[in-house]
Structures are given as C-alpha cells and as structure tokens.
Design a protein around this ligand. Structure first.
Ligand code: TYD
Length: 210
C-alpha cells in the first residue's frame, strides 16, 4: 500500500474503574455517538475480545490460581487481543473502545493484590511495546457505593467477591495511574446519577472534537 493510501490510525479509548462503577452502559452510548459521527467502532473488553482470550477470561474469573499465574494469563489474553483484534482495527482506522486494559492490571494485580509493579511494567512493554490508549476514562466511585450497586446484580465472580479493603487499594492504584499518566486519564465522577455521568462523558468527547 502506498503511504498516501494508508488509513489514519483509529483512536484507542479505554474504560476503567472498580467493579460496580457502572461503565458498561456508557461504553455503548459512546459507540453509538462515534458511529453517528461517521467513525467505524469496535467495542471490546479485557480480559477477552478474541476466542482464545475469552477462554482465558473464563478461567481468570472462576478458577482459583496464584498471583503470578493470574498476571501471566492476563497478559497472555492481552497479547492475543492486541495482535488479533486491537492492532488490526486501529491500523485500518477503526476506533477501539475497550472495557478495561492494562491500567486494570496495575490497579487489581498491582495495587489490589500487591504484585510487583516493576514486573508488570516489564510485561507491559513486552506485550504492547509503546502502545497506550489515546484516552482513558476512569469511572471513579467509592468502594462502599460500588458494593451496594453490585449487591443487587448477578452472582459475583472471583474479583467481585473480594472485600472493600481490596477495592480501596484498587481505587488507590487507579489514582496513582491517573497521576502518572495524566495526559490520557480523565476522571469521571461515577458516584453521581446515570445522566450526570453520561453528560461528563459527553463533555470529554466534545472537548476533544470527537
Ligand atoms: P469486568 O469485565 O469489568 O467485569 P464484569 O464482567 O463483572 O463487568 O472485569 C472483569 C474482572 O477482571 C474485573 O473484576 C477486573 C478483573 N481484571 C483484572 O483483575 N486485571 C486485568 O488486567 C483486567 C483486564 C481485569
């Protein structure tokens, strides 16, 4: 392909937050908005997004395992997802909306479980080289409020069963990530009602002309 024919790279937007922050419905709304403005959009998630990574997701969410195994499976799933779905989509100009990405690993396995952040950084650069999201929306909510929302939802997976202290550490992990990656992180106050959260998300897109 000649350089002039190469598609403009798609945007890579990720959605983060503790369980119960309520990000999912806002991902669908953003996809609809971006499609209406003429973009092609891929909505995907981690762990998951390819047949292999979805199988690994099933194990990660349901099978007890040690911390290193968990980290390696998360990154194995991510590698497959990147090479088979995310990178090809971005290269053909498709905008990728991904429900969770590597910030989840730093927050859950790093801050939550206490796994060595230096090792996570090494795996991150092995698996994704210098790929980082263009924008990360962090749906921030108090763990107590999130737990209340989850208690009315379906039966909890291996992560959702963890105690409030775990989610306080995860939230702190996101705070640190937001500080060290301030250019791409935007904090959304996810403790407010649904409409207010939706309008915060809409404002972020408007501010970027998307
Ligand atoms: P999510 O899709 O938000 O869960 P749900 O299907 O309940 O909406 O995320 C799945 C779980 O995986 C979530 O509890 C966080 C966890 N997770 C990690 O621990 N590390 C990671 O790197 C990722 C991507 C997810």
């Amino acid at each position: 392909m000649h350089a002039a024919e190469a598609a403009t790279r798609g945007l890579f937007i990720t959605f983060e937050g503790i369980d119960g922050a309520g990000k999912s419905s806002h991902i669908d709304a953003m996809a609809a908005h971006l499609r209406a403005s003429g973009r092609s959009v891929l909505v995907t998630r981690e762990p998951g997004g390819t047949p292999l990574a979805e199988r690994l997701r099933g194990e990660l969410l349901n099978t007890p395992m040690d911390e290193l195994t968990e980290v390696l499976l998360v990154f194995a799933a991510r590698r497959d997802h990147l090479t088979q779905a995310i990178e090809p989509a971005l290269s053909r100009g498709t905008t990728v909306l991904c429900d969770r990405f590597t910030d989840s690993t730093f927050a859950y396995q790093g801050a939550g479980r206490g796994f060595d952040a230096g090792v996570l950084q090494q795996l991150e650069s092995w698996v994704q080289h210098d790929l980082q999201p263009d924008l990360t929306l962090w749906f921030d909510i108090r763990p107590e409020q999130a737990a209340q929302r989850l208690s009315t939802a379906r039966s909890p997976d291996r992560f959702e069963q963890l105690d409030t202290a775990f989610f306080h550490r995860v939230r702190h992990g996101y705070e640190q990530r937001a500080r060290s990656h301030a250019r791409r992180f935007v904090r959304i106050d996810a403790g407010l009602d649904r409409e207010s959260v939706a309008s915060q998300v809409a404002d972020v897109l408007k501010a970027r002309g998307w």
